[in-house]
Design a protein around this ligand. Sequence first.
Ligand SMILES: [Ca+2]
Ligand SMILES: [Ca+2]
Ligand SMILES: [Ca+2]
Length: 264
Amino acid sequence: MSIKSHRFFNPLLSLCASAALTSAANAAVLDLGSSGSGTLGGAVFSTTDIQPTGTGVFDPFLTVQNSPWEQGYNGTNGNFDTKRVPQWNHEITLGDLRATTINGNNYYGFVVDINEPNGGSKSMISLDALQLFVSPTIQNSTSVDSSGFFNGSLGTKVFDLGANQVRYNDHQHGSGSGDVNIFIPVADFAGFKSTDYVYMFQRWGNTDTTEGGFEETAIRQGFVPVPEMGTLFPIVGLMTAVLSTHVLRRRKMKEIAALQFSSK
Ligand SMILES: [Ca+2]
Ligand SMILES: [Ca+2]
Ligand SMILES: [Ca+2]
């Protein structure tokens, strides 16, 4: 899959530089370090330490934990290494997701609270598989390959990290705040209904082992796109409206950038 830098992140080139991108013949590794960002297969990954909701409550729909590696998806059958079923590991629907606009592109955002031991080599963790499926019906599969890796279907696959990996160095303290944002293009979900179920499968720890507490994933609350002022004022003040839209968009992008890359 292709790797490309994202213009949205240009103001933080120093951060991007810390996210080392290496590419092999069939796989790419996005190393976020403890503060970085990048794009893999159309998905944007970035580090964060902000709370994923305005209320400060972390509300995961996917919880996995095992060592030295772990996998699971947000079903309610307790398959694989899922934990705290069903309260914090359960189905979600497409209508539950919230869109975030980054550099003019719309993404559905997720935030992962990683819980690895701080310090030493154990703070490293790798995301070695990430797949998203959409289905009008509840799905359940425990199909695995010879390595024990899930290889089943949970409906229509709309995103697959493939052989690529994301690495992260967990320097956050405990649980309850985000570590890594995952932004999946909204376009990947085109044609599905808001009532359709969305399944996210994750496998961690095959490159950098998993230890410590849960890896928990929640829906990232989105940002309301700035409306076209011209549609609000169709006749009067058209030029003013265009200028206002430009100013508002720049302001919104600054807000997003500040939230995404708030200092640790
Ligand atoms: Ca954490
Ligand atoms: Ca680790
Ligand atoms: Ca862990």
